[in-house]
Structure formats: structure tokens, C-alpha cells
Design a protein around this ligand. Structure first.
Ligand SMILES: [Mg+2]
Length: 428
């Protein structure tokens, strides 16, 4: 036996999340072709299985599918991000209650670290428990994929989604099973292999996931990239991918964490939420996006004798922004509104949504243009400092107890920058 404990990851992912959330409160929608549209109802951002089956494409303009309402009973829903954020928080809460460590990856999926669990529990059985508990607590259908690396867990989850015989749970920790699933998986369906890359791989004779898993790593590195090489290793059960290194989804960025110790004081809660807002803003800039909407949420533990409470609030940002200061400020305002004193909170977080590509966003009529230019300069500087310092100057603590905000204040000495921080809570 190796002394290193083998890693085990489970990926829980909500099936057609937005569509499932819409159907929750409108049972008549179930089993129908249903799509959810972007803000301003311009394009399709989510499709039910039935909508996919009648050929509706992701990103398709809404006017092109309108005629299907009559001919196919298509249901068209405007996006309700407040609902999705709330359902997402409940989903994450249930996972938190069940798994030792939960890492939200996007609004509707989270990785759970199950390393060591197989010694006392069948992993597929655990997956089934998660699935039924999420169904019971939220009404949402999910699939669970379990394996030794993130990429294989993602593959397992895809398998659980694709093959009804799995009943939504696939334990792919066994290498022989991994090979079997890889053999029937087109290379383009492997996590991180996009359309462009899959076309090049197919040209090079790599058609399936198994072809990729068996490819020579140094050849892959020289012909493609180190990123693809990592994928090859991951497919062979060698962990190379970290959750933090994984790009978030393009539609939302979520930053949230369960607290090690229950949080009782508003000041501590605000510090924690501010640090999540900072992290989310960094991810947002990393994606080259601006956000038009912010959701903040908090909750107490679902169990125990203490009073239970969870709430979330969504608000538009003054204008689409990627400015940490505005995002932190808004997150704090929202949390103040939903905070109830006297409770033991065990979780909080923020979610950014309504993404626009900078330059395309509508300017706030009341915001001076120079503000947004200044903001870009300051944020660019902040990211540069972060990059050059590695984990240094502007790395923010993640636990509620750290001096996250204090560190940030100290790191930004430019007067124009610090004067904006007046609304932030002081470190103890
Ligand atoms: Mg999903």
C-alpha cells in the first residue's frame, strides 16, 4: 500500500440548472421544451433536454425560436438570477452538510473531496445519497461523477448525465471502467478540450478520450500545449489540475465558503464577504468580463438546536463593472440588509452575474467616463501587483478570522484608491 492517500473527487452538477429551477415553481413546465433567455430576452442561455431535442441551439436569438411556442409548446422564460442564486446556495448547503470539503466551481456544480471515504463507505452509495438529499432539499435533479482526478470526475459526471442506466451516479475510480468510458467518449467531450482543439486532435488521429489518454505526453506538449498534456495526465489518474486553476464558467462567478467556526458578529461576516467579493472580482477580471449584477448570500447551519436562517439578495451594480471597490461595497450593502443578529452563521458568499464584455456595456448616465477609465487603470495595476508578487501583497485571507481587509488597505497606498474604502469595516 502506498503511504499517499489516493485522491477521490466527486462532481455534483445540476441538470439543466436554469430550466430545472424554472420548472420547480411551475410544474406544468416539466417535460416541456423550455429555454431561458439572457437579460433583455435576446438570446438562449439555457435549454431543457426537450428543447435540445427539437434542435434549439445555445446562444440562438430568441426571435428565431418564437414560432416553436405554437408548433412545439416551447416555453420561454426570462432569466431570474435571484432565483438561481438562491437555489444554488441551497444546493451548495446540502453538499456542505454531506461532504467533508466542498468547492463550488460554478453556480450549479461543485467538487467534493472524498479522499479516504471509500474505507468506510461505498462511493456510489454516497453519490446516491447526495443525489436524493439534493432532490429532497431543493427539488433539483443532479448527477454525481466520482473519480481520482477532477478531469475524470467531470468525465464520470458526463457519463452519469448521458446514460440513463447509471441513474445519475457514476463511480469511475476503477481504471478499467475509466478506459471503457473513455473509449466511447469523443475527444471533444473531454473537459478542457474545446471545438478548435478537438478538430486539431482529430486531424492528428486522436478521436476518443482513450486515444488522448494513451497519447505520448511529450508529443502532446510539443504539438499542442502543456495544458493538453496535463489533461492527458489527468485522464491517467495523475492529478495536475487544481480547482483554483480551473477557469470559471462564463455566466457566473461564485465565491463562497463554509466557515470553520460559526460567525456571530456582523463585522466578521462583512470581512469574510468582502474577501469573497475581492476574489470574485479578480476572477471576473481574469475572464475579461464586467458584471452587471451581484448576489450576496448567507446562511446558518441546517442542523442543530440553533435557529436556522438563510437568505440572499440580488442587486444590479451601478453599471457593469470589474472594479473590486464597487463590488466589495455592494456586497457589503447587501449583506447588511439580510443580516439578522443573534444567529450562528456557517456560510456566506457572493455571486457575480449579468456579464458584459467591457466596452460593450451601457455606460451609467450618471457616471463620469473618467471614473471608469480610472477604475480600469487602478484595477489593472492591482492585478499586475498581484501577478508580480505571486502570493504576496494582495493575497487575501480566506477565513473570516484573517485580516483580509486590513491587508488590502495596507497594500493600496494611492490616495485615490484608499479614499474609496471608507465604507469598509475596520479590522479588529
Ligand atoms: Mg449543470
Amino acid at each position: 500500500m502506498s503511504s499517499v492517500r489516493p485522491q477521490v473527487w466527486a462532481l455534483a452538477d445540476i441538470n439543466s440548472f436554469y430550466c430545472s429551477a424554472e420548472s420547480l415553481f411551475n410544474p406544468a413546465y416539466r417535460g416541456k421544451a423550455l429555454v431561458v433567455t439572457s437579460n433583455n430576452d435576446s438570446v438562449i442561455v439555457a435549454r431543457s433536454a426537450e428543447a435540445k431535442a427539437i434542435g434549439i441551439k445555445m446562444g440562438e436569438p430568441v426571435f428565431q425560436v418564437k414560432h416553436l411556442q405554437k408548433s412545439h409548446g416551447l416555453v420561454i422564460c426570462s432569466s431570474n438570477y435571484e432565483l438561481y442564486a438562491d437555489m444554488s446556495a441551497r444546493f451548495m448547503q446540502t453538499l456542505d452538510d454531506l461532504a467533508p470539503a466542498v468547492m463550488p466551481y460554478s453556480i450549479d456544480e461543485a467538487f467534493m473531496d472524498l479522499s479516504g471515504m471509500s474505507a468506510f463507505m461505498d462511493l456510489a452509495e454516497f453519490g446516491r445519497i447526495v443525489k436524493s438529499r439534493v432532490a429532497r432539499d431543493t427539488g433539483l435533479p443532479i448527477c454525481v461523477g466520482i473519480s481520482s482526478t477532477l478531469t475524470l470526475a467531470k468525465l464520470a459526471n458526463n457519463g452519469a448525465k448521458k446514460y440513463p442506466a447509471t441513474k445519475g451516479v457514476v463511480d469511475l475510480t476503477c481504471p478499467a471502467r475509466q478506459r471503457r468510458l473513455l473509449r466511447i467518449t469523443p475527444v471533444g467531450d473531454i473537459w478542457g478540450i474545446g471545438k478548435k482543439l478537438s478538430a486539431r486532435l482529430i486531424d492528428a488521429g486522436i478521436h476518443t478520450g482513450l486515444d488522448l489518454a494513451q497519447a505520448n505526453t511529450s508529443w502532446i506538449r510539443s504539438e499542442f500545449s502543456i495544458v493538453v498534456e496535463r489533461t492527458v495526465r489527468e485522464l491517467n489518474g495523475i492529478a495536475c489540475q487544481e480547482i483554483e486553476a480551473v477557469p470559471p464558467t462564463k455566466q457566473q462567478i461564485i465565491s463562497s465558503k463554509s466557515f470553520g467556526q460559526p460567525v456571530l458578529e456582523l463585522e466578521d461576516m462583512l470581512k469574510a464577504v468582502a474577501s469573497y467579493a475581492v476574489r470574485a472580482s479578480e476572477k471576473l477580471r481574469g475572464e475579461g468580463q464586467s458584471a452587471g449584477q451581484l448576489t450576496a448570500f448567507l446562511s446558518t447551519s441546517r442542523y442543530g438546536a440553533d435557529e436556522q436562517y438563510s437568505n440572499s439578495l440580488t442587486a444590479p451594480l451601478p453599471h457593469a463593472t470589474q472594479d473590486t471597490r464597487i463590488i466589495v461595497h455592494s456586497a457589503i450593502e447587501l449583506i447588511r440588509k439580510i443580516w439578522r443578529p443573534g444567529l450562528r452563521y456557517n456560510k456566506a458568499g457572493v455571486m457575480l452575474g449579468d456579464f458584459r464584455t467591457p466596452g460593450e456595456e451601457q455606460e451609467d448616465l450618471f457616471a463620469a467616463v473618467s471614473d471608469s477609465v480610472k477604475s480600469e487603470v487602478v484595477m489593472g495595476l492591482l492585478d499586475q501587483i498581484n501577478a508580480s508578487q505571486g502570493s504576496g501583497l494582495m493575497k487575501f485571507g480566506r477565513s473570516a478570522g484573517s485580516n483580509a481587509l486590513w491587508e488590502m488597505k495596507r497594500g493600496n497606498l494611492s490616495p485615490a484608491f484608499t479614499t474609496r474604502w471608507t465604507d469598509l469595516p475596520k479590522a479588529r
